[in-house]
Design a protein around this ligand. Structure first.
Ligand code: FES
Length: 99
């Protein structure tokens, strides 16, 4: 068995992916390291990234950085694309759903 950093390997394939904890609107959630922020939101059944000017809840649509529907505040930085950002341990994600 070869060792490549953390996690378990079998036949050259990683079998155990390390996890990180992020906070979505203050609620902790454990996700596989490198998962997208939108995946963390989905794990919490938090299917709202922001509220539109018309008052409608919005969520990720394209998943590839084009539609801008998935904008959230990450570690105090507004308008970050949840579909393009990878979760890091201790990351703070604020959605428009909490407002
Ligand atoms: S889901 Fe479309 S830009 Fe993120």
């Amino acid at each position: 068995m070869r060792r490549r950093g953390s996690g378990s390997w079998r036949h050259g394939v990683r079998t155990e992916i390390p996890r990180v904890t992020v906070h979505v609107d203050g609620e902790p959630v454990s996700v596989p390291a490198g998962a997208s922020v939108v995946a963390a939101l989905a794990l919490l059944d938090s299917l709202c990234t922001r509220i539109s000017v018309g008052g409608e809840p919005r969520f990720a649509l394209c998943g590839m950085g084009q539609c801008q529907e998935c904008r959230v505040c990450i570690d105090g930085r507004p308008h970050q694309l949840a579909c393009q950002a990878a979760c890091r341990d201790g990351m703070r994600i604020d959605t428009g759903a909490a407002k």
